[in-house]
Design a protein around this ligand. Structure first.
Ligand code: TYD
Length: 218
């Protein structure tokens, strides 16, 4: 059985850069892996991603949004994640069930118990072995995210969430920190306000430890 590692963080935390660097690091060690993301990772997921994230006038209520993320996840788990794990690969996944608790639960204010039930159903109870949470103060993260979006000129910006107000993003961060507190053994909190290379070194050390543990289990 492979190893399932998720990358979580607030807007502008740099986790997408870090997941790519982590993938390169493991590839150089000849560790079989895939990098994937939510919403996305499948054809259906990519279509749902456009609906959920692109600049659009589409009116999406909180509950509908929750179920669209869940639909993308159900497809992703069955079509991509589970087969890769059965194949013995390391799966590096950019966001997963914790994002739904943080954004739709804490951010949008939907009931946390409902989200847990929907997460369990859509993920078939598949939990990450390790979750790296890239933490950055909300104002610093939003500044980075806005700078990134303003550079995008050739494709529609995925900015539906970045456009939410600062209170929304503060609730999202609070949500992540509550999740970390509930499951300290699964999470590692990484100070993402530091430079890319320093953060990468810390990511590598967590990956190395997890892989060593997996190998020790046989
Ligand atoms: P991502 O591609 O990670 O964007 P970013 O580069 O801004 O971190 O995630 C897409 C957005 O989708 C992000 O704003 C968080 C949101 N999201 C949810 O609201 N719920 C979810 O369940 C998931 C997976 C993502």
């Amino acid at each position: 059985m492979g190893l399932f590692i998720t990358f979580e963080g607030s807007e502008g935390s740099g986790k997408t850069t870090q997941i790519k660097k982590a993938g390169n690091y493991l590839s150089k060690k000849n560790i079989p892996l895939i990098i994937t993301e939510e919403p996305g990772g499948t054809q259906l997921g990519n279509e749902l991603r456009k609906l959920l994230l692109n600049k659009t006038s589409l009116n999406i209520f909180g509950k509908s949004e929750l179920l669209l993320f869940a639909a993308a996840r159900a497809q992703h788990v069955e079509e991509v994640i589970m087969p890769a794990l059965r194949d013995g690969r390391v799966v590096l996944c950019d966001r997963y069930c914790d994002a739904t608790i943080a954004y739709q639960g804490f951010g949008r204010g939907l009931k946390i118990e409902d989200i847990h039930r929907i997460n369990d159903f859509s993920s078939q109870f598949l939990k990450p072995d390790l979750t790296l949470f890239f933490d950055i103060p909300v104002d610093a993260g939003l500044k980075r995210a806005v700078a990134r979006i303003s550079q995008i000129t050739d494709s529609p910006a995925e900015d539906r969430f970045e456009r939410e107000d600062i209170q929304f993003h503060m609730k999202v961060r609070e949500g992540y920190l509550a999740l970390v507190k509930n499951e300290p053994e699964r999470f590692r909190v990484i100070d993402a306000s530091r430079g890319i290379d320093e953060v990468h070194r810390e990511v590598c050390s967590h990956l190395d430890k997890s892989i060593k543990r997996l190998r020790a289990k046989g």
